[in-house]
Design a protein around this ligand. Structure first.
Ligand code: GNR
Ligand code: NI
Length: 170
């Protein structure tokens, strides 16, 4: 197990469309484990490979409330949304690559996601609530889309100015 460095905006790697994973092998399993460890440490409820500098279609998620529920780590390879509800829901989102910034984002309230698991099996998951929000946020990362891309141009540029300053100071 190893902790990975999380990229902070602005970083061109966070704006790239990631490539599908062709072989679900030991390398991918190890990467998923390292990403989960990195996500729990942060702490966060999801993490996408481009956030650790790898432009590959792999995400990890655990939205379980650590105080009241047992951990529920999920790794999804080449995930795709195959169905989205008409119903929308708004959630105050944050992102480990945009620290200390939170904003309301409206997305489909329910989605069905098809993905390959770490055993190489094709699976489907129906998500609602926080899980639906999180899985859409993570799949966006694989397409170079950040939650601030769902905001107005004005809000996005204010946030990016703040982040550029913050990064310069660090
Ligand atoms: O930890 C995270 N919390 C969160 C809260 C609301 C909506 C989405 C998220 S995902 C975020 C971790 C992250 O940046 N994943 O890419
Ligand atoms: Ni994020």
């Amino acid at each position: 197990m190893a902790l990975l460095d999380i990229l902070i905006v602005p970083d061109t790697r966070l704006k790239k469309v990631c490539a599908p994973i062709a072989n679900v092998d030991g390398r991918v399993a190890k990467l998923a484990d390292d990403m989960l460890e990195t996500m729990y440490k942060a702490p966060g409820i999801g993490l996408a490979a481009p956030q650790v500098g790898l432009l590959e279609r792999l995400i990890v998620i655990d939205v379980a409330d650590h105080k009241t529920e047992k951990p529920n780590p999920v790794a999804m390879i080449n995930p795709e949304v195959v169905w989205r509800s008409e119903e929308q829901s708004t959630y105050n989102e944050g992102c480990l690559s945009i620290p200390e910034v939170y904003a309301d984002v409206t997305r489909p309230a329910q989605v069905k996601v098809r993905y390959v698991d770490r055993g190489g099996e094709v699976r489907e998951m129906e998500a609602d609530g926080l899980l639906a929000t999180c899985v859409q946020h993570e799949i966006d990362h694989l397409n170079g889309i950040l939650f601030i891309d769902h905001l107005s141009q004005l809000k996005r540029s204010m946030i990016m100015r703040k982040m550029t300053k913050l990064k310069r100071q660090a």
